[in-house]
Design a protein around this ligand. Structure first.
Ligand SMILES: Cc1cc2nc3c(=O)[nH]c(=O)nc-3n(C[C@H](O)[C@H](O)[C@H](O)COP(=O)(O)OP(=O)(O)OC[C@H]3O[C@@H](n4cnc5c(N)ncnc54)[C@H](O)[C@@H]3O)c2cc1C
Length: 235
């Protein structure tokens, strides 16, 4: 059994010096200078000013020049299914249920179920029964790619994800929001914290829409953005 807090996320690799790359791309659009002279002229102070300007005016295409690759483990199939709905500027490699036979499955239990002993038992018993039936089918000669139809969505999965900077901003916008489901929101927030360590200016304004202004969710809004002093918070 595992819970949201046990998910493991790390950055496997990223574009070296991502903020400088984005700043150079932005500067080149509006400068008569060639690449070498631009590189020489690009002080850290100019990088910071350019990035703030690019993010402020919404010139997000220059963020497509940098990518971040994450290793994500300990999340449910519910969450990886939501993750892979993000199509643009994103690449995925996920543990296969066709080629890998499940032998020691972990089941991700949502916190509200996890903290109630009776519900947790009901949840885990159902997962285990499904898994037992899966094993019985495979042992009887059914290929795991067909037996897997029985496996619950709570089953833990592993996935490597690469997203460019623009796709990440969009992803954080939708999935750091309180309207997103708890597990993917936890995942998105952890990813945001990691990229902020690597590129703090590039992702300074990233997060739920209310990190920058009014909530676009209308009557479905959680109302948090209205609370004074919280418009800058990523929740
Ligand atoms: C709170 C929440 C609830 C959700 N509920 C549901 C639900 O009930 N059912 C459901 O099916 N999904 C649901 N989703 C998933 C959602 O519909 C999107 O599939 C997912 O968030 C990916 O977003 P995206 O399409 O903007 O991202 P991407 O696929 O990365 O696309 C990025 C952007 O590119 C543009 N784009 C991409 N593809 C096209 C295209 N074919 N034509 C034109 N423009 C395109 C759009 O501007 C899009 O925003 C939900 C998402 C959230 C955050």
């Amino acid at each position: 059994m595992s819970t949201y807090s046990q998910m493991h996320i790390e950055i496997l690799s990223h574009t070296p010096d991502p903020e400088r790359v984005v700043a150079l791309a932005a500067r080149l659009c509006y400068s008569p200078l060639g690449g070498e002279k631009l590189k020489d002229a690009l002080t850290q102070e100019k990088v910071e000013r350019l990035l703030e300007s690019v993010l402020g005016m919404g010139h997000f295409s220059v963020l497509e020049h940098v990518t971040f690759t994450f290793l994500i483990e300990g999340v449910s199939r519910v969450t990886t299914h939501q993750l892979v709905r993000h199509r643009i500027g994103c690449s995925y490699s996920q543990k296969s249920q066709r080629y890998v036979r499940e032998t020691e499955p972990e089941f991700v239990v949502p916190p509200k179920i996890e903290k109630d002993l009776g519900k947790k038992e009901m949840f885990l018993n159902s997962c285990r029964e499904s898994f037992t039936a899966y094993c019985d089918l495979v042992d009887s000669g059914v290929h795991q790619e067909e037996a897997r139809y029985l496996l619950p969505q709570a089953l833990e999965s592993k996935i490597v994800v690469t997203m460019n900077g623009r796709a990440l901003h969009h992803f954080f916008n939708l999935r750091c929001c309180n309207r997103a489901q708890g597990e993917i929101r936890t995942m998105a927030q952890k990813m945001l914290n990691l990229v902020k360590e690597k590129a703090p200016i590039l992702f300074a304004t990233a997060g739920a829409a209310c990190a920058r202004g009014p909530c676009p969710e209308g009557d479905k809004s959680c109302g948090r953005w209205r609370k004074k002093g919280e418009v800058n918070g990523n929740h």
